[in-house]
Design a protein around this ligand. Sequence first.
Ligand SMILES: *[C@@H]1O[C@H](CO)[C@@H](O)[C@H](O)[C@H]1NC(C)=O
Ligand SMILES: *[C@@H]1O[C@H](CO)[C@@H](O)[C@H](O)[C@H]1NC(C)=O
Ligand SMILES: *[C@@H]1O[C@H](CO)[C@@H](O)[C@H](O)[C@H]1NC(C)=O
Ligand SMILES: *[C@@H]1O[C@H](CO)[C@@H](O)[C@H](O)[C@H]1NC(C)=O
Ligand SMILES: *[C@@H]1O[C@H](CO)[C@@H](O)[C@H](O)[C@H]1NC(C)=O
Ligand SMILES: *[C@@H]1O[C@H](CO)[C@@H](O)[C@H](O)[C@H]1NC(C)=O
Length: 563
Amino acid sequence: MKILLFCFLFATITISSVAAENQLPCDLRETKHGSVCVCNKNYCDYLEQPELTDNNQIVVISSSKDGLRFKKTTGDLSSKNPITVEDKQFTDENFKAETIVVDQERAWLQLANISQRLFINASIKTYRISVRREQKFQNVSIFGGAFTGTVSHLLKQLPQELQDHVYKSYFHPDGIAYNSVRMSIGGSDFDMEPWAYNELPRNDLRLSNFTELDPRDLQKIEQLKRLKIVGQLEELKIMGAAWSAPLWMKSNDRWTGFGQLKSEYYQTWALYHLKFLELMRSKNMPIWAISTGNEPLNGVIGFFFVHFMSMGWTPWQQAIWLNDNLGPTIRNSTESKVLIFGNDDQRYTYPSWFRKMRSSRTNSVSFLDGLAVHWYWDELVGPQLIDQAHSDMPKKMLLNTESCIGDKPWQTHGPELGSWQRGESYMRAYTQDFGHHFNGWLDWNLVLDEQGGPNYVNNFVDAPIIVNATSRSEIYKQPIFYAIGHFSKFLPEQSVRIETRILNEGSPFTQLSVVGFQRPDGSVALIIYNGQNLPVDVALDDSRRGAINLRLPPRSWHTVLYK
Ligand SMILES: *[C@@H]1O[C@H](CO)[C@@H](O)[C@H](O)[C@H]1NC(C)=O
Ligand SMILES: *[C@@H]1O[C@H](CO)[C@@H](O)[C@H](O)[C@H]1NC(C)=O
Ligand SMILES: *[C@@H]1O[C@H](CO)[C@@H](O)[C@H](O)[C@H]1NC(C)=O
Ligand SMILES: *[C@@H]1O[C@H](CO)[C@@H](O)[C@H](O)[C@H]1NC(C)=O
Ligand SMILES: *[C@@H]1O[C@H](CO)[C@@H](O)[C@H](O)[C@H]1NC(C)=O
Ligand SMILES: *[C@@H]1O[C@H](CO)[C@@H](O)[C@H](O)[C@H]1NC(C)=O
């Protein structure tokens, strides 16, 4: 009886939680590991960009383990009491009046299920968060995923309407507004077979047989053209990276294993990159940036466990190639504006990789416009290494260029369809990286099949959208998709991080995090994550607006927008 009573009380304190007219809601389906949003060729969920129509409006976009997906709640800041009440009780009238409650019913039921005792006596913890708009940090401008051979292959099998839903979901402002893709130069581990340009003839210094694009790249270009139309993108920032040179350029004459570029082909390998850039531009699909090569350590120390295309570099050798060959070749060409990113490998190689590069060619890093990092070992290696690299080279752009779950021995190799936990891993990672100077994030495969492939090495992992390659009539948007979207959708280019701090963090295991941004139109976007199985109260203290109070449901994340 008490439970019912409380439910009733709780239900009365909603400010306004209207089902937005400009939203096509998620078609939620329960799965073994959680829930997904199902799209078919006739239906897919979208949310129009929320607009702050007046100065006092606040919009909270929410997703939760319990099934919220981009749910929009609006409130009015002018009607609230400016004094932040701490240690609030459910029955406190003042508290009710000034609180924006997001999906209170679900939060309540979940709490009730834990135990009636906890429910009755629990007081919801209040986190006090300061938002200092004057303190500005890096811009956040790049969001995207990888358009691998696998992605291209899978999309081709879908009806056009469903392909378009993938493009719209990722790239359109009503989707999650990506503006970038990463693609391999030649093949990668997510391809149907290993390949490179000019595999034949061998020992061909001038790359006489690299005169046109491979049919696989031509197919990608057609798909990317469609993607740009459907996503309404004026510019798509494409980042290219090579996994391996053709076999004859390599010391081991193999796609994988312990192998490096033969020094007599250093200039040829630079020319190879330039030719790719020129041919892509000739097809009206210019490349925005390249890296010095995907995961260079795979071919030096990683070959025990990496069985896919790779080519090893030590930092000393790569500095020579960059300084003497790639850098001058690109900068002296019609492609001189293409950005060059260094490293493109795991966080644990920072910052020593660049220091070692300098020790072999002092000026080599001056050819780099940015630093690229993969996230795979982030849970074991802290962000301090990134901070050090950033303080060594504060002007260089910093991008995460690859991320996915399922690569580790202790993880499910492939999708855990609907897993909220996997979404939370992304949420924590994005929050951490954007708190440490990152300018953007490129995820790995845009789509994979039910198994997490296909690819020629049976390397199966997860992806934000899973395609039903059996029926070819449905795609599944996972919690990971929404975790990323809570950032990418609401942070247009030129958004700048601002200072946010949790003032009463309490235990180091606090599962509440926040990262804040000022958008180009001056409005604030805060991404707040509650990892606890309890609702929390958040008392924001914004340097311009003063107190704003929120109550957030268990296991949820939110983008809070206000002017
Ligand atoms: C929680 O309790 C409600 C009401 O008793 C019930 O409908 C719901 O299925 C329960 N949820 C879980 C996850 O046990
Ligand atoms: C919970 O609250 C009730 C009524 O206030 C009290 O009688 C009971 O002892 C409390 N239980 C706990 C575990 O604190
Ligand atoms: C050029 O490459 C193609 C494959 O792309 C191959 O079929 C052909 O034999 C090569 N030409 C020469 C002269 O090796
Ligand atoms: C461009 O080429 C010229 C002539 O070959 C050379 O002197 C110059 O150093 C090159 N520029 C760069 C940036 O490498
Ligand atoms: C964002 O910051 C990076 C690093 O400081 C800089 O290189 C880049 O030009 C900036 N981008 C925009 C769009 O302002
Ligand atoms: C894919 O579609 C088939 C046929 O409708 C269905 O049996 C299967 O369960 C679907 N796969 C997933 C992962 O939902």
